[in-house]
Design a protein around this ligand. Structure first.
Ligand code: ZN
Length: 334
């Protein structure tokens, strides 16, 4: 079966259309569950780049989804994904092979072979880690240049463009994965609808997103590093993610939260704000080099004392910083 039929180009104009047609973000109507009455939750700037513009997050009272009420237009979004941001991601080892161990084990419990699609596959680190005779590998990636790297590394086939525009046939995949991507898309419901369409009956969807209900998010609020204003357009909790998957007919197989601590970054943002209040502008996280020794020591002290007890128990109560969820498409033939 030929899974990928054509590779059309995504135009910014088409993205703008879609951004305009999704729920009016300022109306208080939840773009996932459709209920009214969403309330302002908090405001924060892009701490990472040290920019001043404030963004507003609102929260749905029904499904608990949090979203950015005034996101940048898709045509402006590249201004928020700077080279410094990309460098930070690679230097944090986010595309290193060691990162995939847990996910591969989790996946292997449910599927050991077949066709696998990685949404937002970036330069193909995960696809490469799945390389072998058991899997036919596919990806979706916005940048043509990055997609080429992913294809070379993994031997897979990568669609260039926006996720909902990929022309995969229905019932194509045994597994679809989506790691640290769903929070970046303009219309998660549309993406999930595609996931449900592309999965074979009985197929598995493995999604990983930051947990807006995590202990760290609750402690740091507008300073929480996971807010990533304005790159993260949505913030999911276990409850909102289950609701989203359920609304496209996917059933929960497993959902757990895991620690993915970045207390140092959140603390740094608190510090940037405090210094800013007295007129001292420190180098934003995106542009700084290694932290100074006194700062590292102070940070360690806070981690070891104040936050230790608070955060250690977090995953046990669903408060880890990352949600790892696996959903299944119903086995019935459609
Ligand atoms: Zn909702």
């Amino acid at each position: 079966m030929k899974i990928l039929e054509t590779v059309p180009y995504t135009t910014v104009a088409r993205q703008e259309d879609r951004a305009g047609t999704i729920a009016n973000r300022n109306s208080g109507v939840c773009p996932v569950c459709g209920q009214t009455g969403a309330r302002e939750w908090l405001r924060a700037p892009d701490w990472l780049h040290g920019r001043r513009e404030q963004y507003t997050l609102v929260r749905c009272e029904t499904c608990s989804l949090v979203w950015l009420s005034n996101p940048p237009q898709p045509s402006e979004m590249h201004l928020h994904y700077t080279d410094a941001y990309h460098n930070l991601i690679s230097s944090a080892g986010l595309d290193s092979p060691a990162r995939w161990g847990f996910r591969k084990v989790a996946l292997a419990k449910y599927k050991q072979s077949g066709s696998l699609l990685d949404l937002g596959c970036s330069s193909g680190a995960f696809l490469e880690s799945m390389k072998g005779e058991s899997w036919r590998l596919f990806g979706i990636e916005m940048s043509a240049e990055t997609a080429k790297i992913a294809e070379a590394r993994s031997g897979g086939q990568v669609f260039v463009g926006d996720i909902p525009e990929a022309s995969f046939a229905a019932n194509s995949f045994d597994v679809i994965t989506c790691f640290d991507v769903l929070e970046h898309v303009y219309d998660p419901l549309q993406v999930m609808t595609k996931v449900a369409e592309w999965l074979k009956p009985g197929g598995i969807f493995y999604v990983l997103v930051p947990n807006v209900d995590s202990a760290e998010a609750r402690v740091f609020r507008s300073y929480w590093h996971g807010l990533e204003m304005p790159r993260h357009l949505y913030h999911h909790s276990p409850a909102s993610l289950k609701f989203l998957a359920g609304s496209v007919g996917l059933r929960e197989v497993s959902l757990e939260t895991r620690r993915n601590p970045a207390v140092g970054t959140s603390l740094r943002y608190v510090g940037d704000d405090l210094f800013g209040a007295i007129g001292i502008r420190r180098t934003p996280v995106a542009y700084r080099r290694e932290a100074s020794l006194p700062w590292r020591a102070a940070r360690k002290l806070v981690r070891m004392t104040v936050l230790r007890g608070l955060l250690a128990m977090a995953p046990l109560v669903g408060g880890g910083e990352s949600i790892h969820a696996i959903f299944r498409k119903d086995d019935r033939k459609d």
